[in-house]
Design a protein around this ligand. Structure first.
Ligand SMILES: Cc1cc2nc3c(=O)[nH]c(=O)nc-3n(C[C@H](O)[C@H](O)[C@H](O)COP(=O)(O)O)c2cc1C
Length: 224
């Protein structure tokens, strides 16, 4: 099987978590002689090739980061430029990965993705959801490999089934919600650790102000 993979991430390939996930997925998918081609929407020079690949292939996978609980703007722009296919047997599958750990974050987006293939004249081939991916580019190689191993396995699964089976995708997406005990522990201890790490990351990225600033708070409390 030949699979066209389109990355809907806005960050360029070397910095993108989506790109790392795609590479892991390819590893599992290609094990038995399957082939792939990948197009990155972060590079607008690749859009024509991505569009042509969508038009002329029957197995398409779109992988992207969750942005404000839905698809990134550039991906929406790209999708709006595609012409619906006629009489095609194209199967369209998706991978959503996000920063927050709970899969419930991605369910609204998933509902949109379930409707999308029909609008493009394609069949829906399932959605893989994975949270807690924010740090993928920051951890060491060993931990990154550990985080990516499930995607290698999903590449194998997709090669076998040509889709993401719902029960497999549901198991893969866990946790749907964080257990209450874990939330309580986070509020007591975890959030202070997280605040410290987020602060140092922000500083490295050039942030000079307080991450918890609310510059518009006074206008909310005292509307004109
Ligand atoms: C503008 C913006 C919005 C985001 N919105 C969400 C969100 O709603 N839920 C979530 O879980 N993660 C959210 N994230 C985190 C990204 O999905 C996450 O860090 C992802 O791994 C980034 O992938 P990339 O490196 O391929 O862009 C957001 C990140 C950005 C920059």
């Amino acid at each position: 099987m030949h699979l066209v993979i389109i990355s809907g991430a806005t960050r360029p390939q070397p910095k993108s978590n989506t790109a790392k996930i795609i590479a892991a997925f390819q590893k599992g998918f290609e094990e038995n002689g399957n082939t792939t081609e990948v197009w990155y929407l972060s590079d607008r020079k690749q859009w024509d090739n991505a569009k042509n690949a969508f038009e002329s292939n029957e197995h398409i996978l779109i992988a992207f980061p969750l942005y404000a609980e839905n698809i990134p703007g550039i991906m929406l722009e790209f999708l709006s430029g595609l012409k619906p296919k006629h009489n095609s047997h194209t199967k369209l599958a998706f991978i959503i990965q996000g920063g927050f750990p709970e899969a419930c974050q991605s369910r609204c987006c998933e509902a949109y993705l379930k409707m999308l293939p029909a609008q493009l004249g394609c069949e829906y081939a399932g959605t893989l959801i994975k949270g807690d991916m924010f740090g993928l580019g920051m951890v060491d190689d060993k931990n990154r490999e550990k985080m990516l191993a499930p995607f290698v396995e999903m590449g194998r699964h997709f090669a076998e089934k040509s889709c993401f089976e719902k029960y497999v995708a549901d198991a893969f997406a866990t946790p749907e919600y964080m257990p209450e005990k874990q939330i309580r522990m986070f509020n007591m201890i975890g959030r202070h650790i997280s605040k410290f790490f987020m602060g140092s990351i922000a500083k490295k990225l050039g942030c000079k102000g307080n991450l918890y600033d609310k510059p518009y708070e006074s206008s909310v409390n005292n509307p004109v």
